[in-house]
Every structure is written in structure tokens, then in C-alpha cells.
Design a protein around this ligand. Sequence first.
Ligand SMILES: CCCCCCCCCCCCCCCC(=O)SCCNC(=O)CCNC(=O)[C@H](O)C(C)(C)COP(=O)(O)OP(=O)(O)OC[C@H]1O[C@@H](n2cnc3c(N)ncnc32)[C@H](O)[C@@H]1OP(=O)(O)O
Length: 153
Amino acid sequence: MTFIQDQLADNHCFGCSPDNPHGHHIKSTWDGERSICHFSPKPWHCAGSPHYVYGGLIASLIDCHSVCTAIAEAYQREGRAIGEGETIFYVTGSLNISYLKATPIAGPLVLEARLSEAGRRKSVVLCTLSVNGELCAKAELVAIRVPASWGEA
Ligand SMILES: CCCCCCCCCCCCCCCC(=O)SCCNC(=O)CCNC(=O)[C@H](O)C(C)(C)COP(=O)(O)OP(=O)(O)OC[C@H]1O[C@@H](n2cnc3c(N)ncnc32)[C@H](O)[C@@H]1OP(=O)(O)O
């Protein structure tokens, strides 16, 4: 299976870089229309209750999975394989999440994302997070395309 994150070079992201030893290492697949990510929370990812997932982690997973989805779609729109040629880089402009149901820590968490808007610089990504087919959270993320120089200090 090919994952979006494994095709992107120079990525240090806490949520999705394969090379960040302290990160979440999320892995997303892209089929040309939608992306999927599976994540199994650890017991320490709990909210106040040990049975449910911490909302900040949910936000982090949705953030990374959605931005990677925007990047994958942008490569596709330009007729390039993900990671091929000049780097396409998006950052999070805004993220709006509704926590609909407590998310069972037993997981696995299934994230599914697709674009509702794809402009020159701005993409809007709709993302859901479910466990055992039950919708627990949904989100809208605005991803903004930036030059690679955005990442320079
Ligand atoms: C270093 C290289 C490595 C490469 C490696 C490979 C890739 C590796 C994968 C990594 C995956 C990372 C996944 C983690 C993603 C994060 O965590 S990124 C970190 C969190 N986000 C940030 O820090 C962003 C900080 N903000 C900014 O830098 C700037 O405000 C922005 C968002 C780039 C906007 O810049 P700007 O030039 O002011 O944008 P502007 O021209 O005014 O607006 C452009 C469009 O965006 C819209 N927009 C702008 N800001 C917003 C906003 N906040 N909300 C909604 N819409 C907005 C505008 O309305 C406009 O829309 P249209 O008029 O075109 O419809």
C-alpha cells in the first residue's frame, strides 16, 4: 500500500512525518477522490475518562490527514505523482471541528476526507472520524498553499 506521507520529502511534521521520532506517524491513502487513515490510540491518549480519546489528539489527526489530502489532490490536479517535481506544500488556515460523540479509545479510529473546494491557493477539506462505523467527529479544514520558503525561520 502506498501512503501519501511516505512520498513527501523534507517533512518534519509532528502528526505525519515518518522521520519525526516523537510524532504520531499517521498514514493516509488517496484513491483520487477520498483519503483514508486508520489510527489506533494508546491508553495515554485518553480524555478525562480513560475510555475516550482526548479531543486535542482528534484535532491533530484530522489536521494532518486533511492537509495531506489537500496536498495529494493538488499533485493530482497538476498531473504529477505525489512528491514528484517541485514540492507542493499546504498549511492549515483554519480548522473547525464538531465533536459529535465520545470517541472510544479502543478504536481503531477511521478518518475519511475529501475536498469540497479546490482553488488556486485555497482548498477546503471535509473530514470525518468514525469508530466501528459510528460517526464521532466531523470537520472542515481550510488548507492554504504556501511556497516551501514558508518553512524557513
Ligand atoms: C517547509 C517545506 C516542507 C515541505 C514538506 C512536504 C509537505 C509535508 C506535509 C506536511 C503536512 C502538514 C500538516 C500540518 C499542517 C500544519 O500544522 S501547518 C501549521 C499551522 N498553520 C499555520 O501556522 C499557518 C499560519 N498562517 C499563515 O502562514 C498565513 O496566514 C496563511 C494561512 C498561509 C495565509 O497566508 P496569506 O498570504 O495571508 O493568504 P491570503 O493571500 O490572504 O489568502 C489566500 C486565500 O486563503 C484564505 N485564507 C487565508 N487565511 C485563512 C484562514 N486563516 N482561514 C481561512 N481562509 C484563509 C483567504 O481568504 C484566501 O482565499 P481566496 O480569497 O483565495 O478564496
